[in-house]
Structures are given as structure tokens and as C-alpha cells.
Design a binder for this molecule. Structure first.
Ligand code: ACO
Length: 379
């Protein structure tokens, strides 16, 4: 098959057959393995959702208990890895520390042979279990604090919170964090997932796959947008300033962070759930002024950009929820990665089942058959 027409950003070009998640962008529908994400955010937990994504079905009680045990068992990271994290610049972004950390774990647990499903599963468990520990350790170490050992008696979300703050979350905070992990766990063929599949298609090891995907998630047009949303809301400053600020941004053709999506042409269903979560968290904390600015921005943007199908995406409210939980803004995207790793690895396993290396074509627009001019003859 030869495709002669370029589709910038591969818009509308299928790059794989996948049974992992489904989006109906006109009807605000996102399903993981056929189950609505809102239902999972309400009823499930991250561990169960990760299993669903990775294995295709909800786990039995025994399967979930064993998976949960395995995750708890593999949370610890080696002292040498902590030393590596300690040596990284404290002002560096935690996404880069996370990327380096995952690549380093791959050196401690070599997994070059990806033909053995049992070994692949061990890598999957190890990566999902250790990512929160890497992020929390880097966060503590960069402020000169000791990294906190994971606690086996806490679930994935609660343990991550504990490793950051050395205290357990309240039930409402734990539920909010767990639901955020579920909502970010998978999202069809987005940039980082595609990057992971491309890397996986070369039969690279899973640590390299995840490290590549983390790098892709870093950008402000993808996972990095949640951090930028808070900066933007701070810049807007007041509810009254929303309309003039937005009108000016539109006139200057600036992209409004947290709005718009390649697939959703209505409000992203995850943004709706996150907004509900935010309101529940504010019942415990106080309602931040930035939230009122965000609500107003959503309203005015619907008026100004709604006709183009530009509505809040997942990043619009996630930063506000994390901020209310006391999480520093440069950890927002790492939390996204801690969740999305389940989806990346589900895609990696799916890719390996029927692998063919990605090798797309291009439309060459450069010159041809040029002469080489020796250096001494050039000006
Ligand atoms: N603010 C203002 N206008 C926008 C926005 C926005 N956030 N998003 C899209 N548009 C406009 C574009 O200017 C363009 O208008 P035009 O046709 O008049 O030129 C039109 O909508 C189409 O925009 P594209 O950039 O071509 O859309 P694309 O599908 O390539 O990009 C993206 C999608 C990257 C998400 C874009 O909407 C964006 O940059 N949003 C802001 C960043 C953001 O929130 N990213 C997080 C996405 S969700 C995630 O990755 C987790």
C-alpha cells in the first residue's frame, strides 16, 4: 500500500489495531477494554484498572490480590538508584529524573529478551511498582530530605502520597488520587503511547519503551499541559480578567492550555470526572480562587471556541485537584506517567503479540543529485 498524501500529525491515520481502549470523541465516551472510564473512576482502584488494561478482563479476587501483592513487593528501589537520583541536579525537572530512573532500573534488571511472556510480566510489575518510588525519592532528595521507604500496608495511591509527604492521605484524598490515576491510565493512540509502540516494535526492552514514552509525555502539547494550566490561571489572576485575557489570547492566536483535543470535540469525559473530584476535595480543603477562574474560563471559552469543538481536556482540572492535595506543580506530569505506564505497557504487550517494526514513509521535498563542492572552493 502506498499513501501519497501527507496527514500532518498522522491525523486520521490508523497505526495499529488495538483492543485496549476506545474513544467516541463526539459523545464524550472513553472505555477501557469496553468499560466506561467514569465507572472505573467511581468503582475501581488503580491496581484493578491496570490489570484490566494489561490482561483484557477484570481480575478475579485471587488475581487482584496476587497482583496487588506483587506490586507492593516490587516497590523498593536499589540504593544505587537512589544515589543516581541524588546526583541529578535538584533544579532539574522530575520528568527527566523519572526518565533517567527508568532507564537505570533497566540496567539493574536486564530484560533484553522480550520473547518470554513470563519475564515480560515481571518487567511490567516491576516498572509499575517502582515508578512512584522513583518520583517520590527524587522529590525528597532534591530538597535534601531522605527518601521515604515504601509501605507494604498501603495501596498504590496511598503509598505514593505517603512517600511524598511522610503521612497517610485522608480517605477522600486517597480516593481522589486513585481516581486521577485511573483517569490517566490509558487513552488510545496518543503521542506517548505511539512512541512506546514504535520503540517496542524494534524489540527494545520495556524499560527503554517506558523511558521513551515518558520523554514524549513531557511536552506541553501532551502531558506537560497540566502544569501550564496552573501557570495560565495564575496569569489570568481574577474571574473578571477571564474574558479580556481570553479575547487577547485568541487574537494573538495563542493556544489555551487544557483546552482542545485531537479526538474530543466536546468536553473530555475525564475533565468532567476531575471537576467532580475537585469539588469533593474542596469539601476537605478550601476552594481555591484558581478553581473559580477555571470554571469561568471554561464558560467563556465555550462561547468563544466551542463552535470549533474546543473544550476542556483532561489537563484542565487535574492540576487544580493536585494542587489542592498539596502536590507541587512539577509533579503533575510525573503523576500522569505513574498512571499512564499501565496503558503504555498494555500497548507494548499488544504490539509484541503481532509485531512488525514501524517504518513509515515520507514525502521527500529536498534537493537531489547535487554536486559536492570541496571546502576550499566554498566561500
Ligand atoms: N486554544 C486555542 N485554539 C485552539 C486550541 C487551544 N487550546 N486547540 C486547538 N485550537 C485551534 C487551533 O488554533 C486551530 O485553529 P485554526 O483551524 O483556526 O487554525 C484548530 O483549533 C485546530 O487545532 P490543532 O492545533 O490543529 O489541533 P490538534 O489536533 O493538532 O492539537 C492539541 C490538539 C495539541 C491538544 C491542541 O488542542 C492544543 O495545543 N491544546 C493545548 C495544549 C493541551 O491542553 N494539551 C493537552 C492535550 S490532552 C493530553 O495530551 C493529555
Amino acid at each position: 500500500m502506498s499513501q501519497k498524501e501527507l496527514s500532518p500529525g498522522l491525523e486520521g491515520v490508523p497505526v495499529a489495531e488495538s483492543a485496549i481502549s476506545f474513544i467516541d470523541g463526539q459523545n464524550a465516551r472513553l472505555e477501557y477494554r469496553g468499560i466506561a472510564v467514569e465507572t472505573l473512576a467511581r468503582e475501581s482502584c488503580f491496581e484493578e484498572t491496570a490489570w484490566l488494561l494489561l490482561k483484557g478482563d477484570l481480575p478475579t479476587q485471587k488475581e487482584l490480590a496476587e497482583f496487588d501483592d506483587q506490586l507492593r513487593h516490587h516497590r523498593r528501589i536499589k540504593y544505587k538508584l537512589k544515589d543516581i537520583l541524588k546526583c541529578l541536579p535538584e533544579n532539574g525537572h522530575p520528568m527527566n529524573a523519572m526518565q533517567a530512573g527508568v532507564a537505570a532500573i533497566g540496567m539493574f534488571y536486564p530484560a533484553r529478551d522480550v520473547s518470554d511472556p513470563k519475564k515480560n510480566w515481571e518487567s511490567v510489575v516491576r516498572i509499575i511498582a517502582k515508578l512512584p518510588t522513583i518520583v517520590a525519592a527524587f522529590h525528597r532528595l532534591r530538597y535534601g530530605d531522605e527518601a521515604i521507604q515504601p509501605r507494604d500496608d498501603l495501596d498504590h495511591a496511598a503509598n505514593f502520597y505517603y512517600m511524598l509527604f511522610e503521612r497517610e492521605p485522608s480517605p477522600a484524598v486517597r480516593k481522589a488520587l486513585d481516581a486521577c490515576l485511573i483517569l490517566h491510565a490509558e487513552h488510545t493512540m496518543n503521542a506517548s503511547t505511539f512512541c512506546g509502540r514504535v520503540t517496542g516494535s524494534t524489540l527494545a526492552d520495556p524499560y527503554t519503551v517506558v523511558s521513551a514514552a515518558i520523554g514524549t509525555l513531557t511536552g506541553p502539547l501532551h502531558g506537560g499541559a497540566n502544569e501550564r494550566v496552573l501557570e495560565m490561571l495564575k496569569e489570568i489572576g481574577t474571574k473578571e480578567n477571564v474574558r479580556p485575557w481570553l479575547e487577547q489570547a485568541i487574537a494573538e492566536k495563542r493556544k489555551i492550555m487544557g483546552l482542545g483535543h485531537r479526538v474530543y470535540k466536546v468536553k473530555d469525559p475525564r475533565a468532567t470526572v476531575l471537576q467532580e473530584l475537585a469539588e469533593r476535595v474542596f469539601a476537605e480543603t478550601s476552594r481555591p480562587a484558581l478553581y473559580d477562574i477555571a470554571v469561568e474560563l471554561e464558560k467563556v471559552a465555550a462561547d468563544k471556541l466551542g463552535a470549533k469543538g474546543i473544550y476542556p481536556n483532561v489537563d484542565f482540572y487535574s492540576g487544580i485537584v493536585y494542587q489542592a492535595l498539596g502536590i507541587p506543580s512539577d509533579l503533575f506530569t510525573p503523576i500522569f506517567a505513574i498512571a499512564r505506564v499501565a496503558g503504555w505497557l498494555a500497548h507494548w504487550l499488544e504490539q509484541l503479540k503481532n509485531n512488525r517494526i514501524y517504518r513509515p514513509s515520507q514525502i521527500y521535498v529536498g534537493q537531489r543529485n547535487r554536486d559536492y563542492v570541496p571546502l576550499e572552493q566554498r566561500p
